[in-house]
Design a protein around this ligand. Structure first.
Ligand code: HEM
Ligand SMILES: [Cu+2]
Length: 564
């Protein structure tokens, strides 16, 4: 076909890209940001907010680890400790990790990768951001002012009887839920209706498939949490018996409701991380992703299977034995689509032409750490071993391997990878590698020791411990400090890049992904004419290096032989 010929470059002048206004400079001033409907600016505002949340949550983590350096009181009393880990968990889950990839990177890149001008509902998108801010303020103030110490799971009957300030926190999460649902609806509508000509479902970047599957869970699962929290709030405020056995409620019902949301929610957290890793693996091994359709469908399978396994958090809650067996068996099924992804990534790397640039280091870190997190999840899904490991540090280690080793690594990989496109600046690659090494090492020292602690019986959420756990706790805290230094270096590196980084080219990594077809930084409407896509996002075999690195953005046509 001759698609290329029919969409020949409208602007041939070579200097063209440089003097175009970009989304950062075409309007200036705080007001233009606060009222913007541009998905890129909204993405950047999410980025700033979630990084602030990550910093706050990180400080809390260091406080927790410092307290645990020695047995007995180290820097705070037991009550304060309970509040600090509640703050840490709630901030990390609700304010950082859930909105991280979708809110920041998804908002910025989903429309661009679809060749669209914006998301389907730009006003709703801005509303989602403000709802997020509003909920975040509620949540943090609620915990701090109310001294909430329920942990991020608000388990009843404790939360039902605790001080009424729990209501602030549940309302905060309730509000945040709307932000999540509205973003999900927006992305689903965008993927269905705004794809550029030539982007069919088989050419959808795998990042989009992952965000799409995530959006489906956000829309279906989040309302369950919202209603659960509303019930808890009504129980506390009006004395209606729902969860508190003292007035005739059922506390285990709360656990069912909570995990009916929160297990799918762990896929809200991990799928976006996987989504980013697909892009990184493709670009830095310069190969078509092995088994594209299987990888895409495994995201959808995870999203659906994730709804069937919530009971694995409740093996020790006194459920019937038959249901524990069913939940255990179903939990093993989840390993299949997860395994499909890991095997396909490894198969893509095999015989790929691999470059170990900093984003790729995070992707490889993801594969290694997520695999450890996932496999230890199987230990926890096994009835007999879970009875021993439940509520120990083994669980803490497991979910940090998945959430930090997985999602946070995926997010950081994506942040490095897309930083040049978002900001127009390069960062110092050497410092990026140093930071990666510290983060990777610190992470493993912190959390691997917790697998050992947990298997030896150290319970989670305890402020104190027996002397025999001292060495392992010391090691874990030491690792947390290394991790902290790694993040500090990364922060300095990014700030330096903003201030004095070298100018980024259009496609510094030579990626075949569609998002690199725009200018750097993208101009306000992403493309000045409708792009027409004539090849897949990983078709390295039909792209020349010259085409990738020099960029063909000026005609917005990704030329290739597979035109339809
Ligand atoms: C970056 C370094 C991090 C360190 C050193 C760290 C450390 C800790 C520690 C020591 C605990 C308390 C364990 C207990 O006594 O039960 C904890 C709990 C927790 N962390 Fe982290 N964490 C980090 C990052 C994260 C991230 C990125 C997330 C989220 C995605 C996260 C989610 C949680 C959750 C959900 C809990 C449970 C809180 C609760 O029991 O209510 N953490 N973390
Ligand atoms: Cu689960």
């Amino acid at each position: 076909m001759t698609t290329e010929a029919t969409t020949a470059p409208a602007h041939g002048a070579p200097a063209h890209g440089d003097d175009l206004p970009n989304y950062l400079t075409h309007e200036r001033g705080i007001k233009s940001w606060m009222t913007t409907l541009d998905h890129k600016r909204i993405g950047m505002m999410y980025l700033a907010s979630i990084l602030a949340a990550f910093f706050l949550g990180g400080v809390m983590a260091l406080l927790v680890r410092t307290e645990l350096l020695f047995a007995g009181r180290t820097i705070m009393n037991a009550d304060t400790y309970n509040q600090v880990f509640t703050l840490h968990g709630a901030i990390m889950v609700f304010l950082f990790i859930i909105p991280s990839v979708p809110g920041a990177l998804g908002n910025f890149f989903l429309p661009i990768m679809l060749g669209a001008k914006d998301v389907a509902f730009p006003r709703l998108n801005l509303a989602s951001f403000y709802i997020y801010c509003f909920g975040a303020i509620f949540l943090v103030i609620g915990i701090i002012v109310g001294h909430v110490d329920t942990g991020w799971t608000f388990y009843t009957p404790y939360s039902a009887r605790a001080d009424n300030s729990v209501i602030w926190m549940t309302m905060g999460v309730f509000i945040l839920g709307f932000s999540s649902i509205l973003t999900g609806v927006n992305f689903i509508a965008t993927v269905h209706t705004m794809r550029a000509p030539g982007i069919n479902w088989r050419r959808l970047p795998l990042f989009i498939w992952g965000i799409y599957a995530t959006s489906v869970i956000q829309v279906l699962a989040t309302p369950v949490l919202a209603i659960t929290l509303l019930l808890l709030t009504m129980e506390k405020a009006l004395g209606i018996a729902v969860f508190d056995p003292a007035i005739g409620g059922d506390p285990v019902l709360f656990q069912h409701f909570f995990w009916f949301y929160s297990h799918p929610a762990v896929y809200i957290m991990i799928l976006p991380g996987m989504a980013v890793v697909n892009e990184l693996i493709g670009t830095f091994s310069r190969r078509k992703i092995f088994g594209y359709m299987f990888v895409a469908m495994s995201s959808v399978a995870l999203a659906l299977l994730g709804f069937l396994v919530w009971g694995h958090h409740m093996f020790t809650s006194g459920m019937s034995e038959y249901s524990t067996m069913v939940f255990s068996a179903l939990t093993f099924l989840v390993a299949i689509p997860s395994g499909v992804k890991v095997f396909n990534w490894v198969a893509t790397l095999y015989q790929g032409s691999i470059s170990l640039a900093s984003p790729m280091l995070y992707a490889l870190g993801f594969i290694a750490l997520f695999t450890i997190g996932g496999v230890t999840g199987l230990f926890l899904g096994t009835l007999s071993t879970d009875i021993h490991l439940h509520d120990t540090y083994f669980v803490v280690a497991h979910f940090h391997y998945v959430m930090v080793g997985g999602t946070v690594f995926g997010f950081l990989g994506g942040l490095h990878y897309w930083w040049p496109k978002m900001t127009g600046k390069m960062y110092d690659e050497n410092w990026a590698r140093v930071a990666w090494l510290l983060v990777f090492t610190g992470f493993n020292v912190t959390f691997f020791s917790q697998f050992v602690l947990g298997s030896q019986g150290m319970p989670r959420r305890y402020y104190d411990y027996l002397p025999r756990f001292h060495n392992l706790h010391m090691t874990s805290s030491g690792g947390a400090y290394i991790l902290g230094v790694g993040f500090l270096i990364m922060a300095v590196m990014f700030i330096k890049s903003l201030r004095s980084g070298a100018k980024a080219s259009e496609n510094p990594w030579g990626s075949a992904g569609y998002e690199w077809l725009t200018t750097t930084p993208p101009h306000p409407h992403n493309f000045d004419e409708q792009p027409v896509i004539t090849r897949g996002p990983y078709d390295y075999h039909i792209c020349t290096d010259l085409e990738l690195f020099e960029g063909h953005h000026k005609d917005f046509v990704a030329s290739g032989s597979e035109a339809e």
